[in-house]
Each structure stands twice: as structure tokens, then as C-alpha cells.
Design a protein around this ligand. Structure first.
Ligand SMILES: *[C@@H]1O[C@H](CO)[C@@H](O)[C@H](O)[C@H]1NC(C)=O
Ligand SMILES: *[C@@H]1O[C@H](CO)[C@@H](O)[C@H](O)[C@H]1NC(C)=O
Ligand SMILES: *[C@@H]1O[C@H](CO)[C@@H](O)[C@H](O)[C@H]1NC(C)=O
Ligand SMILES: *[C@@H]1O[C@H](CO)[C@@H](O)[C@H](O)[C@H]1NC(C)=O
Length: 296
């Protein structure tokens, strides 16, 4: 960058801070950050700082809800409370907001964007999020359910009792489709795969399609999201071969708007190797290359 353009950037930054302080205008839309499972806002302050430094004057809020072990609460309960909090922030930001939703937070955001008819989200950034569900042995699973492996835990997750846990709501076992359709009380509904008819499906799709841009960030060295392509709407088939987004049924049938967004050229996918799951929001290269430019 030449010195005159960096001087320009600095002056622009100062003006943005002043405008934000006196609440007359904002150069950048507010950013709302949603944390992941067994996680809390403390973990994400680095990302918040990064945004504030890159774009001075941005109002960045990390939503302080369902922290740590509470993040295992069933998804609809969380979505209902997140919708209230995020809805109030959106109503207070007439030019719209951006979302950065990390890990399980990305699925929370899918729910919020489906049920809130008045949302004004410009860009939805899903940061290593199991958007098509999870099927894999992870340390999280072993910690809470030490006696199960990924091939057996469906017996517990796909039950009325099991569905009290968030991870069960989006557990996506490719070998037990009927049970997924019968029991999954969240992902199967969002994906139009539930045995229960969703009378709100059309409304949900209309709401979701109000976003201007969808940014999907993930990578092969994640180590937690399984398959990692779930962060980009891929999922295993019966043979545990990964089927990518454009070959998924939800895409072909445009169940909640993925194909429409894609045709609108509103989906940007980043595949970044060399990043472990817990480091996505701390990695400067990821911020600079995949996040920063969307937060305008
Ligand atoms: C936001 O505004 C809409 C009307 O535009 C209203 O229905 C909704 O209740 C408001 N949400 C919150 C959380 O205040
Ligand atoms: C930033 O956003 C939060 C949440 O919407 C709001 O409470 C706060 O007043 C905003 N701050 C400024 C300086 O606009
Ligand atoms: C699974 O693998 C078998 C044998 O390799 C093949 O015949 C079948 O078509 C595959 N099924 C899917 C869903 O890809
Ligand atoms: C940050 O991400 C880059 C890829 O963009 C990767 O090569 C690097 O190892 C990562 N750094 C850390 C500390 O994870």
C-alpha cells in the first residue's frame, strides 16, 4: 500500500470512529458474532478486536447466550432466545447487519434466519460450521458420551430423550436415514427431510433468502467438523463418500434457498488448509483473506 493510500485509510478510520461515537452515521454495518459449542464470548474477543482494528467504528457484538455447557441446550430453545436478542439488534440497525457464526453457531444462525421475517442480515458468514450436520467421533462427543462411537450413538441421539441435546438435533448419521427423519427435531426440519410436515417451510425459505450473501469457510485440517465439507453444505452418503453441496437433494430441490442463492451468485466458498477447528477465529490469514472484505 502506498503511503498516501494508508494516510487515506487512517483518516477514513478516524472519521468513522467520530461518526459512530456521535451516532450520526456508520461507515460499516454492525457485526453480530455467535459462538460455538462449549464456547463463550471470551473466546472470540480477538476476532472482535481484529474487526474493530480493520474497520474502525464498527459496532461488534458477541452475543452472550448459552455459554459453555449451556450450549448443549436443544437448538430450538436457543434459536428462540437468540432470535429475540439478535432481532432487537437488527431493529436498532436500520442499514442492516452482518453475521459471523462459528461452529454450532452457524446452525443457530440458519435457524434464526429462517424464523425471523424482519431480519436485515446482509452477509451471513458461517465459520467452520456443521451446516449439514455432524457425523464423526470428536473429543466433544467422547467427553460427554464416552461409551458411544459415531456408529452407535444414533441409538441415543435419535430418541425423544436424546433430542434434548443440541448435537443430537443435527446429528446426521448416513446409515439411519429413517430414524433421522423421524427424530431429528432441528436439522431434518430445516432441510425439509423430517417425517413431520413443516407448514412454515415456504415462509422459512423466504426469510432465509433475504440475505444478500452467504460465505462458507472451512477446510480439510479442521479435525472436528465431520465431514469438514459440512461447513460448505456437503455431507456423507450411505458409503461415507462426501457429496458436495451442488449434488445434495436440499440443493436440487432448493428446499431453503441454496440453489436460488447460488444462481444469484450470492454464495462464496473458501477452502483453507492448515487450520484446526479451534483456531479459525484466531487466524489472521483467514480474517484477512476470507472475512474482512465482507464486513462493509
Ligand atoms: C423488530 O421489529 C419488528 C417489526 O418491524 C417487530 O415485529 C419485532 O418484534 C421487533 N423485534 C424485537 C426483538 O424487538
Ligand atoms: C452497538 O450495538 C449494541 C447492540 O445492538 C447496542 O446496544 C449499542 O448501543 C451499540 N453501540 C453504539 C455505539 O451504537
Ligand atoms: C456404494 O458403493 C457401492 C459399491 O461400491 C455402489 O454400488 C453404490 O452405488 C454406492 N452407493 C452410493 C450411494 O454411492
Ligand atoms: C493460519 O491459516 C493459514 C492458512 O490460511 C495456515 O497456513 C496457518 O498455519 C494458520 N496458522 C495457524 C496459527 O493456525
Amino acid at each position: 500500500m502506498s503511503s498516501s493510500s494508508s494516510l487515506y485509510t487512517e483518516i477514513f478510520g478516524v472519521v468513522c470512529v467520530v461518526l459512530a461515537l456521535i451516532k450520526t452515521a456508520q461507515c460499516y454495518k454492525p457485526v453480530i458474532i455467535i459462538h460455538g459449542i462449549l464456547d463463550s464470548p471470551d473466546e472470540l474477543v480477538g476476532l472482535k478486536k481484529n474487526i474493530e482494528e480493520a474497520h474502525p467504528g464498527t459496532n461488534v457484538t458477541i452475543v452472550d447466550l448459552y455459554n459453555d455447557a449451556e450450549s448443549f441446550t436443544r437448538m430450538w430453545t436457543q434459536v428462540s432466545d437468540y432470535s429475540q436478542k439478535m432481532g432487537a439488534m437488527m431493529n436498532a440497525s436500520k442499514d442492516g447487519v452482518h453475521l459471523i457464526c462459528y461452529s454450532q453457531g452457524g446452525l443457530i444462525c440458519r435457524g434464526v434466519l429462517s424464523v425471523l421475517p424482519y431480519h436485515n442480515v446482509d452477509t451471513f458468514i458461517a465459520l467452520s460450521s456443521p451446516l449439514m450436520g455432524q457425523f464423526g467421533d470428536t473429543s466433544y462427543l467422547r467427553f460427554f458420551f464416552p461409551h458411544f462411537t459415531k456408529h452407535h450413538i444414533y441409538e441415543f441421539f435419535y430418541s425423544t430423550y436424546g433430542q434434548h441435546f443440541s448435537i443430537a438435533n443435527y446429528w446426521n448419521d448416513p446409515h439411519h436415514r429413517n430414524l433421522f427423519q423421524k427424530y431429528s427435531d432441528y436439522l431434518a426440519l430445516l432441510n425439509g427431510e423430517s417425517a413431520k410436515k413443516n407448514i412454515r417451510a415456504t415462509q422459512w425459505k423466504r426469510n432465509f433468502l433475504k440475505i444478500n450473501h452467504l460465505v462458507l469457510i472451512g477446510g480439510p485440517d479442521d479435525g472436528v467438523i465431520s465431514p469438514w465439507q459440512s461447513s460448505q453444505f456437503g455431507m456423507f452418503d450411505k458409503n461415507e463418500t462426501v457429496v458436495e453441496m451442488r449434488r445434495q437433494k436440499v440443493y436440487a430441490h432448493d428446499v431453503f434457498g441454496l440453489r436460488t442463492l447460488d444462481k444469484r451468485k450470492a454464495i462464496t466458498t473458501y477452502t483453507v488448509p492448515g487450520v484446526e477447528h479451534v483456531l479459525w477465529h484466531k487466524n489472521q490469514t483467514v480474517f484477512d483473506n476470507c472475512i474482512k472484505k465482507w464486513l462493509r
